[in-house]
Design a binder for this molecule. Structure first.
Ligand SMILES: NC(=O)c1ccc[n+]([C@@H]2O[C@H](COP(=O)([O-])OP(=O)(O)OC[C@H]3O[C@@H](n4cnc5c(N)ncnc54)[C@H](O)[C@@H]3O)[C@@H](O)[C@H]2O)c1
Ligand SMILES: CC(C)C[C@H](N)C(=O)O
Length: 367
């Protein structure tokens, strides 16, 4: 990978490689764009096939956070971290503390939180070294685990997408195929079950599947069968790139609405599903509940205020669908436009100089 070429192509600001031999930390912090504010995005811990795959994931996810935060109306830029390692075996206290010191070193340009493979307990360890971390234990006045709130946002967005596809936003009797029943999807299944939806679930982790089968009477299928099942809605809630050349021909769903980041393997897959008449709720719009929730900590966390904002993801998905219909473009393009226009507006409005607290002549010493 020619990294600077890639950074230039998508206009990344900064990439930080963090290494700590003693704890085994190998992390990549990618900061995509800080026009709207400090870059906020989670830390993923995953066993990557190669270092290149880890770098690519960090970069893609960081850019996604720029768009997510912009589309959600947050005054935050986009960034993300990946830690290379197995979250079940390779974690240790020193690792997260070392990582916390790297985050502190960025002095607020990057704020972290949970993502796949990291937990509130990990964030608490990072918090030992830096304040630039959200989603820590509520005892510290924080919002805690963002996953249930992400799930609520996905549920709200799914209803808006269903309204477009089926003429009603009721999910009663709808068949929803859920891929990956982890932290977010388990709570999503709870909402769907309470509303009377029928669930088909899959996961590479058998325990996760069994939990959903027992709690919600879900029908379990093998991981590679989920794309082709008869259903109304496909909810990708595992990892990215599951909407691709192999899976699209299998899809029976009329709606795609799930929590996973980077669902489209390539943008052209967004064009294909649009042409097929599938209502696609763009990933970074529908899954913004978690970041909206943790971002509220920057104002002094208020759960009621945060949940009201997350509830509004219904309207945001409606707006994206309206723009898509008005301009005859796929929903993923409509969402990108919405985010890019906001970033451009703020970037332009910053053309006037305003003293920002750091005295510009403070380095001069009178002699
Ligand atoms: N947690 C949040 O608040 C949040 C917010 C926004 C977006 N997301 C995204 O939502 C997705 C899920 O996040 P999570 O926090 O629930 O993670 P998680 O790790 O708790 O759940 C993911 C689940 O997917 C399963 N899985 C992985 N690969 C699979 C495959 N090929 N087939 C079937 N199942 C598979 C895992 O076993 C796991 O149970 C991720 O893409 C994440 O980036 C999460
Ligand atoms: C809670 C968050 C800041 C990040 C979350 N994992 C996301 O992808 O949106």
């Amino acid at each position: 990978m020619e990294i600077f070429k890639y950074l230039e192509k998508y206009d990344y600001e900064q990439v930080v490689f963090c290494q700590d031999q003693q704890s085994g930390l190998k992390a990549i912090i990618a900061i995509h764009d800080t026009t709207l504010g400090p870059a906020l995005g989670g830390t993923r811990m995953w066993t990557y096939a190669s270092e290149e795959a880890a770098i690519e994931d960090a970069l893609r996810l960081a850019k996604g956070m720029t768009y997510k935060n912009a589309a959600a109306g947050l005054n935050l830029g986009g960034g993300k971290t990946v830690i290379i390692g197995d979250p079940r075996k390779d974690k240790n206290e020193a690792m997260f503390r070392a990582f916390g010191r790297y985050v502190q070193g960025l002095n607020g340009r990057y704020i972290t939180a949970e993502d796949v493979g990291t937990t509130v307990a990990d964030m608490d360890l990072i918090h030992e070294e830096t304040d630039f971390v959200t989603g820590i234990s509520p005892a510290f006045g924080s919002s805690g685990n963002p996953s249930p709130v992400t799930a609520f946002g996905v549920y709200r967005g799914m209803k808006a997408a269903a309204k477009e596809a089926f003429g009603s936003d009721s999910l009663e009797g709808r068949v929803v195929a859920v891929q990956g029943v982890g932290n977010v999807a388990y709570t999503l299944c709870q909402y769907l079950h309470e509303e009377g939806a029928q669930l088909i679930v899959t996961d590479i982790n058998k325990e996760a599947v069994n939990r959903a089968v027992e709690a919600f009477g879900a029908l379990a299928v093998d991981p590679d069968e989920i794309y082709g099942v008869e259903c109304d809605i496909y909810a990708p809630c595992a990892l990215g790139a599951t909407i691709n050349d192999e899976t699209i021909p299998q899809l029976k769903a009329k709606v795609i609405a799930g929590s996973a980041n980077n669902q489209l393997k390539d943008t052209r897959h967004g064009d294909i599903i649009h042409e097929m008449g599938i209502v696609y709720a763009p990933d970074y719009v529908i899954n913004a509940g978690g970041v909206i929730n943790v971002a509220d900590e920057l104002y002094g966390y208020n759960q009621e205020r945060a949940m009201k904002k997350v509830e509004q993801l219904y309207t945001t998905i409606e707006t994206v669908i309206e723009i898509s219909k008005r301009d005859g473009i796929p929903t993923y393009v409509a969402a990108d436009r919405m985010a890019e226009e906001r970033i451009a507006r703020i970037r332009n409005s910053r053309s006037q100089f305003l003293q920002n607290g750091h005295h510009i002549l403070s380095h001069r010493i009178s002699r």
